[in-house]
Structure formats: C-alpha cells, structure tokens
Design a protein around this ligand. Structure first.
Ligand SMILES: Cc1ncc(COP(=O)(O)O)c(C=O)c1O
Length: 462
C-alpha cells in the first residue's frame, strides 16, 4: 500500500500513542492550521516567529507565557521528543566524568545521553511487581538506601534523574523524593514524559506534577501525555541549582538548526489545552469517561491492574496464563490497537479522544481471546531482574572494536550495547555492564517470554 496509503487509512480503534487519537483530539488551533493550504505553516525561524533558543519572537513570548503560568523560571519547546530534551538536560547537569544517580527503570535516552557526554550513570534497582513483571515506584527510604550504596562507589554524583509517572501510569510520592534529593544539595531532573497532563491540576485525587514540588528540571512528552503531534515536547526549569545558560547551550548541542514551526505550534497549542479553561473541561470529561470504561471492564471480569492514571488501562493477561504479546496480536486482528505489549500485560492508552462504546467491544474481544487460547503453565510469576542495588557501568563510549557472541556464551564479558525492549524503552542491560551469570540466565529467560525483543547475540568488548 506504501507509506502514504498506510498513513491515510484509519479503520481501527486507536489505543496507542500519540495521545491525540489520529487527530481527533488535536487542539482546535492546530486542527485549523492543518486544514489550510498544505504546508503553508512550514516556515523557518523568521524574525516574528523566532525559535526555542531565540530571545525574541512569538515562540519566546509563548515560552515565557507558559513558564509564568506554571510559576517556573523558564521553558523550552522541543522538536525531538522528550528524548532530545532529556538528553540536553543531562548534558546540562553533568560534565564528562561526573556521575548521575538514576533508577534502573530510566528511559534509554538518558543512558544514551551519558554515553554521549561521558557521564557515569549510577543505576539503582527499583521495586519489582512479580505478579506482572513491572518495575514499580519507590519511596524516600528506598532512595536513601540507594544514596548510601552509591556513596560507596566514591563517584562525583552531581545530580539525580527520576522517571515519574511510569509508562504504566504508576506514580510515586514525588514531594518526599525531591525534598530528599535537595537535602543533599543536588539538582533533580524528572522525566515526566507520561505526565504532562498532571500540570492541569484538575483533580486533587490524581498525582501532581513534579514541578509543583520544586523539581529543578522537568521534561514532558507532549504527544504522550498531551494532545500534541509526535516529537513535540517541553522542558521546564526553576530554582538556582541549574544555570539556564548551560541548559540553552546543551539544547543547542542537540537541536536541529531548523526546528519545525508546526511542531512548535503543536507545543504551544497542547499546553494551552492542558491549562486553559476549555481544555481543562475537556480533560475532566475524558478522565471521567476513562474511569467509566475501566469500571465497566472490571464489572465484566476483565482483569485490570490498578495504577494512578485513568488514561492507561493495564490488562493483566498473565492472570489468565496469557502473554500480553500474543493477546496484543489478537486484539489487532479485531482492530483494537494497544500501546505496550509485554509478557505479563497489555497496556492501552486512551489518550485525549473519546472512546464511547469501547467497553462492550473490549469485553467481547477479551472473552473470545480467553475462550480460544490455551493458557501457558506457571505464567503468573515473573522473576525479579538480578540487578545490584547500585551498579556502575563503565562510561563506555562506543568502542572501536567489538565482538558478537551468543548470549549463552557471554558470561564474564562486558557489553558494548544496550538490550532494551521498545516499548517501554527501559534497558535490561547497558553498555559497559558486566554480563555476570545471573544476568545472562535472566536475559535468556526473558528471551523465552519476549523473543522478538531480546536478541540471542550480544556485542561485547573483545
Ligand atoms: C519514560 C519515558 N521517557 C522518555 C521517553 C521518550 O519520549 P519521546 O518519544 O517523546 O522522545 C519515553 C518514550 O517511550 C518514555 O517512556
């Protein structure tokens, strides 16, 4: 059919990201723009328009406006997703040879930034939910323990990066975590890629954005948790721990010199949707609809797992002995496309468009799947990854030579590559890590339940 053909057809229920639901929830201003003469909007950084790093023009005004609305010092729009702005943030936080403390469920973009900037990622393990195979949030005590262990490594830790909420919509008590990090006089970067909608503050029973707890830098993916176009993102900064000049210089290192005006307009309009009155009303009704859908599914014996984000529905497939990856394929055949298939679960993202009537169709398909599938034996328990509480991967830059070995024969070798199922983009092995026996055995087991995502070979230092 070709790419254009594929992009033009829409015959499915879209429960994946971007969250604008094939355009139906795009902000009105952007919809209007896209209905004009094709590419009329495709403009360079003209004087009146400017760009994310230019002090004058409409984009500078827009960034100033939203920073002030959010009560923070600065914000920058991004056109290379949360990925680009997270990477710039890390480069702003640490110089080559310095270390950043991060949880093991950090997004791969942060590890890649460390490789790029010669920064040492100090990774600490996080709680693990064995009934579904997910990494989970942690509390202040857990973080204190990670700090203690990290100290033993005698590295120059200059910052902490956290991710919250997680892809599945689990959220931690960020207030206490940020306070704890600040008590060590360290700045904290929060990857809030999945939590842009939290800046709306529309419901006190939902988590708040880390911005409201004084996080020094926060990154939002505006296509994942706001109704923006793919690649749109925003970075916020506040307080005196990180110099905005260094942030700008770090953004400049990675940003294209021709940022797309369309994506920048998408940043502006999606933020307006999150904090403007009309957008907030819509958001409230979408949240209510999402909660009704979950309630309907639960009342009809569909096994959902609890989280802190009504827009993320986690189907607990392994509870019925089924792999989320197989169940995903069956849903796709019935034209419901989910977001995140994993061995134990299948996560659907409702996004910002309406899904009235979804519940009945979902229940019918799920029941058909359960009736027509044979459950896998002993599939209700997932083995915790054998990560040390704090490991210190070598700050491996890409080596000039490497060897490709079978995973089975890799014990004792040092990996030069990442093993990272995508989505969710959480590395199971990072460059510079030693493949000890426990890790190799665990990776081989993961390969059995996640064969398309875990390669049988790994590249190692010769
Ligand atoms: C936790 C987390 N952070 C960052 C990103 C990167 O976001 P983007 O696709 O906007 O670059 C992702 C993408 O999956 C993610 O899950």
């Amino acid at each position: 059919m070709g790419l254009i053909g594929l992009l033009s057809s829409n015959k499915s229920v879209n429960l994946f990201l971007p969250a604008h639901g094939r355009g139906s929830a795009l902000p009105p201003g952007l919809q209007k723009l896209l209905k004009l003469k094709p590419a009329l909007w495709d403009l360079p950084e003209l004087y009146e328009i400017g760009g994310p790093l230019i002090n004058e023009g409409a984009i500078a005004e827009s960034q100033k406006f939203f920073a002030s609305e959010m009560g923070v010092d600065r914000c920058w729009y991004g056109v290379n997703g949360a990925t680009g702005l997270l990477q710039s943030s890390l480069l702003a936080l640490a110089r080559p040879g310095q270390a950043v403390l991060m949880p093991r469920n950090i997004h791969k973009s942060c590890i890649q930034a460390c490789l790029l900037g010669g920064i040492k990622p100090i990774l600490f393990d996080v709680p693990f939910l064995s009934d579904r195979g997910h990494s989970y949030t942690f509390d202040k005590k857990w973080l204190q323990k990670a700090f203690q262990k990290a100290k033993e490594l005698d590295e120059n830790i200059v910052a902490v990066a956290l991710v919250n909420p997680t892809y599945h919509g689990y959220s931690a008590d960020m207030n206490s975590l940020i306070k704890e990090i600040h008590s060590y006089s360290l700045p904290v970067l929060v990857d809030e890629a999945h939590g842009a909608h939290l800046i709306s503050g529309i419901r006190s029973d939902l988590p708040s954005s880390a911005l409201s707890f004084g996080a020094d830098m926060v990154v939002h993916s505006l296509h994942k948790s706001a109704p923006g176009l793919v690649q749109s993102a925003v970075l916020w900064s506040q307080g005196g721990r990180v110099d905005p000049f260094i942030i700008e210089k770090s953004i400049e290192l990675l940003q294209t010199s021709s940022p797309s005006a369309l994506l920048l307009a998408s940043c502006e309009t999606s933020l307006k949707e999150l904090i403007g009155n009309k957008g907030k009303k819509k958001l409230i009704s979408r949240l209510e609809e999402a909660e009704l859908i979950s309630e309907f599914l639960i009342n009809n014996q569909v096994p959902l797992l609890e989280n802190n984000d009504p827009f993320r529905i986690i189907l607990h497939t392994s509870k019925f002995g089924l792999s989320g990856i197989d169940v995903d394929k069956k849903f796709i055949k019935q034209r419901i496309i989910g977001e995140l298939p994993e061995p134990g679960t299948l996560t659907f993202c409702l996004g910002f468009s309406s899904h009235k009537g979804l519940g009945k169709k979902f229940v019918r398909i799920w029941n058909q799947i359960v009736q027509s599938s044979s459950p896998i034996n002993n599939f209700s328990f997932f083995k915790r990854p054998p990560f040390n509480i704090v490991s210190k991967p070598c700050s491996a830059t890409w080596p000039s030579a490497f060897e490709k070995v079978h995973l089975k024969e890799s014990v004792g070798r040092v990996s030069v590559e990442m093993v990272c199922p995508y989505p969710p983009g959480i590395p199971l092995l990072v460059p510079g890590e030693i493949l000890d026996k426990a890790r190799v055995e665990w990776l081989l087991e993961q390969r059995e339940i996640w064969p398309e995502q875990i390669p049988s070979f790994v590249r190692v230092i010769p």
